[in-house]
Design a protein around this ligand. Structure first.
Ligand SMILES: NC(=O)C1=CN([C@@H]2O[C@H](COP(=O)(O)OP(=O)(O)OC[C@H]3O[C@@H](n4cnc5c(N)ncnc54)[C@H](OP(=O)(O)O)[C@@H]3O)[C@@H](O)[C@H]2O)C=CC1
Ligand SMILES: O=C(O)CCC(=O)C(=O)O
Ligand SMILES: [Mg+2]
Length: 743
């Protein structure tokens, strides 16, 4: 039973999950003397799959639907959740996870890519809930407040990460659609009253196809209808592929197929098919019969041709290679392994991949392992333009300098499935040309309509009024608390954003904004204004919709701090609770590989330390638990000490890793607790631990280093063996015994 003295700590996937196996015992041990209970909640992709098929499992194998439970929890005022990044699975990741679970004796069904029977359709729908950004929209029942804590920013200024130089002659640029994308045909309206609507397609042949029978909308809600023209997208790709080939540029596609989990895999797939169009023309029927779907990347194609007779397989591979001869060179995700940008849509997620390119002086790797200038293809114009703006800035002014640059915190709209988060079940690939209508169920009135062609992607997005009010309030609060100029990145020419602007102007009046500098600017101007300040060491808050929340909270932290893992990422839940996310980055699959091969975990848990401190502080303030406040304050000091003493994990095997860093954090935290005078009980409780850890420092560090350099067995990838991973992540008997002595 959770109470207001409970912190829920999520178990997720990959590197963050591994780190949790070491850190959770520390958290439980340190918080227990303050009367706090730490509860784990397993929302890993494996647990989410198992929760979807209880009827296929033995009673011992069954797991609760932890994500649904946690989702309900976010609606309660006492919620206090620490949320680590989780896998937003591609279909390939999902099928690999299914296979691993089946091999481990879980009798779950195969993924039916092309369902025929009703039963298969039900299975696919259940699995559909495990794909893509399936966790964040459920838990993010509040807007987003992400920023670099002062100590972290100061540390980055004193210990700047590498930034590659930019040349004014760089040919690197961004290409985006100039017509036919979601921007150009967007329609938007604010609802006068609560209504129920349906989404339907009236085809040219006169059929009416109901795509979404009912969407309940509230008064004051903003809804949008927009589509991406297949034809315009294909023409755009063909022109850009040709241009890159003619001009000898590396070609690189950037999408966000996890968050826009229905539309962007389609956008991605069209690019792959266009690039290899001759091979697809020749082998298309065979590919169809094999169930190949390159919306899931070329990995899907290579997997599915693997069992063909070798002569046939080789012919296909020859034909694919032949295409490459008159196509541009592709940017590589992993040139050593021959993995291109087209391998898997979630390898090129734009929030992380574009900043990495900008940090590298506008270059990406080619097949030969060399860094080259690049044509970055980002079809959606609204978002592509901000990257072109920052590229222009870097070409003119040179690379950013982490020693002197300002900071750009973000206040992002995302609560209650705002914007793209709520569009997953309202996005459709049009099967036949016609008119796509959003129609009032009660009156039959057509609220918005679009002329669409076969293959167009049509979607409806919505934002409720209460989240917008909350977002404006959060922006004003952050402006007031930080004293920073605050810019709403909203484009009056985009219908959805124009509706938002009207509301922002009204809701700003609910607050005392005297003395605050709050402006509204379209994205490109906002970017330029912000960058000009950044360059001069000045700070500016960006207040954005959901997509730019995601993009900017990787972009600026990666420039400023080297990684978004060092961000403080808070979701003040609208119901009064708090969710504290760790960093703004992902789950870093490469880190797991290094652990398995060399028993070194480079994952930096700084995000977890920062999140835990805020979680404890909020719990202390909300429930009057003074010990929790002391724990928070001392944890912050310990984190500062960790940075000052450079005890963050090294990426190199044989040096301090995640486990070592967590040991130092624990030692400093115990020392801070022992030394503080606010709570004598806590000081007395932690003094022996502080002493013991201090005296055993060398021994513990040696024990932690000793295990490195050899393979480590964690018993799986998606479903780990608890005993094995426990042993790998807690290898120091001395450290474990010291923690145990406090329990
Ligand atoms: N909130 C969430 O739940 C989020 C989930 N995701 C999911 O994460 C997965 C991986 O995404 P990916 O594109 O690889 O992006 P990641 O952010 O996981 O990785 C990009 C790079 O950032 C660095 N990095 C990120 N976090 C840390 C950390 N804590 N410590 C050290 N280095 C770090 C690593 O760089 P280096 O290689 O130099 O060490 C890493 O290779 C996907 O499934 C994605 O959907 C993504 C974003 C947020
Ligand atoms: O929801 C997701 O898939 C990823 C979200 C993300 O990248 C972010 O919140 O920064
Ligand atoms: Mg992100």
């Amino acid at each position: 039973m959770s109470s207001d003295q409970t912190i829920i700590y999520t178990l997720t996937d990959e590197a963050p999950l591994l780190a949790t196996h070491a850190f959770l015992p520390v958290v439980s041990t340190f918080t227990k003397p303050a009367g706090i209970t730490v509860e784990a909640s397993d929302i890993s992709v494996a647990a989410r799959i198992l929760a979807a098929f209880p009827e296929n499992l033995t009673p011992e194998q069954r797991v609760p639907d932890a994500l649904a439970d946690l989702g309900k929890k976010t609606l309660t005022p006492e919620a206090n959740i620490i949320k680590l990044p989780n896998i937003s699975a591609s279909v390939t990741q999902l099928t690999t996870a299914i296979k691993e679970l089946q091999d481990k004796g879980y009798n779950i069904p195969d993924y039916p890519a092309d369902p025929k029977t009703d039963e298969e359709k039900t299975i696919k729908a259940k699995y559909g809930k495990c794909i893509g950004s399936a966790v964040n929209p459920v838990l993010r029942e509040g807007n987003s407040d992400r920023r670099a804590p002062r100590a972290v920013k100061e540390y980055a200024r004193k210990n700047p990460h590498s930034m590659q130089p930019w040349s004014q002659a760089s040919r690197t640029h961004v290409s985006h659609m100039t017509h036919g994308d979601f921007y150009h045909g967007e329609k938007s309206m604010t609802l006068d009253a609560a209504r129920e609507v349906k989404m339907e397609l009236v085809t040219k042949s006169g059929q009416t196809i109901v795509l979404k029978p009912k969407v309940a909308l509230q008064a004051g809600e903003i809804i949008d209808s927009m589509f991406m023209s297949r034809k315009a997208l294909l023409d755009f790709y063909e022109a850009q592929i040709e241009d890159a080939h003619q001009t000898g540029m590396l070609f690189s596609l950037h999408v966000k197929a996890t968050m826009m989990k229905v539309s962007h895999p389609i956008v991605f797939g069209h690019c792959v098919r266009m690039f290899y169009k001759d091979a697809f023309a020749k082998h298309g029927d065979l590919f169809d019969s094999l169930g190949i779907n390159v919306n899931n990347g070329m990995a899907d194609l290579y997997n599915k041709i693997a069992d063909l007779p070798s002569s046939q397989r080789e012919e296909i591979i020859r034909d694919l290679h032949a295409c490459q001869e008159h196509r541009p060179e592709l940017a590589m995700v992993d040139s050593a392994k021959g993995i291109t940008n087209f391998h898997s849509p979630n390898d090129v997620i734009v929030d992380a991949s574009m900043p990495a390119m900008i940090r590298a002086g506008g270059k990406m790797y080619g097949a030969d392992g060399r860094l080259k200038e690049v044509k970055a293809v980002i079809p959606e114009s609204t978002f592509a333009r901000i990257y072109q703006e920052i590229i222009n800035f870097c070409k003119w002014h040179g690379a950013f300098d982490p020693k002197t640059m300002g900071t750009v915190p973000n206040v992002g709209l995302m609560a209650q499935q705002a914007e793209e988060y709520g569009s997953h079940d309202k996005t459709f690939e049009i099967t036949e040309a016609g008119v796509a209508n959003i129609t009032d169920l009660a009156t039959g009135e057509v609220l918005m309509s679009q002329n669409v062609e076969q293959g167009d992607i049509w979607r409806m997005c919505q934002v409720k009024d209460a989240p917008i009010r909350d977002w404006v309030k959060l922006a004003v609060t952050r402006a007031r608390n930080s004293g920073m100029p605050t810019v709403f990145w909203l484009d009056p020419y985009r219908p959805h954003e124009n509706e938002l602007i009207k509301k922002v102007k009204v809701y700003l009046k609910d607050h005392d904004t005297s003395g605050l500098d709050i402006q509204i600017m379209s994205q490109v101007r906002a970017m330029r204004y912000t960058l000009e300040r950044v360059k001069r060491g000045l700070d500016t808050i960006s207040v954005t919709g959901n997509i730019l929340r995601d993009y900017l909270t990787d972009l600026f932290p990666i420039m400023e701090l080297g990684t978004s893992a060092k961000m403080l990422s808070i979701v003040p839940l609208m119901a009064g609770g708090g969710m504290y996310e760790t960093g703004a980055g992902g789950s870093a699959p490469k880190h797991v590989q290094q652990l398995v091969e060399e028993n070194h975990l480079r994952w930096d848990s700084l995000g977890e330390f920062l999140a835990l401190a805020v979680s404890l502080e909020d719990l202390g303030i909300k429930t009057g638990n003074n010990k929790a406040k002391v724990l928070a304050k001392t944890l912050d000091s310990a984190t500062g000490k960790l940075l000052d003493n450079r005890k963050s994990p090294s990426p190199k095997t044989g040096e301090l890793d995640n486990r070592g860093s967590q040991f130092y954090l624990s030692m400093y935290w115990a020392q801070e607790l022992a030394a503080q005078t606010e709570d004598a009980e806590l000081a007395a409780k932690f003094a022996p631990l502080a002493k013991q850890l201090g005296e055993s420092e060398a021994k513990i560090v040696a024990e932690l280093l000793e295990v490195q350099g050899k393979p480590a067995d964690i018993g799986g990838y998606y479903k780990l063996d608890e005993a094995k991973v426990g042993a790998v992540m807690r290898p120091s008997a001395t450290f474990n015994a010291a923690l145990q002595s406090l329990a």
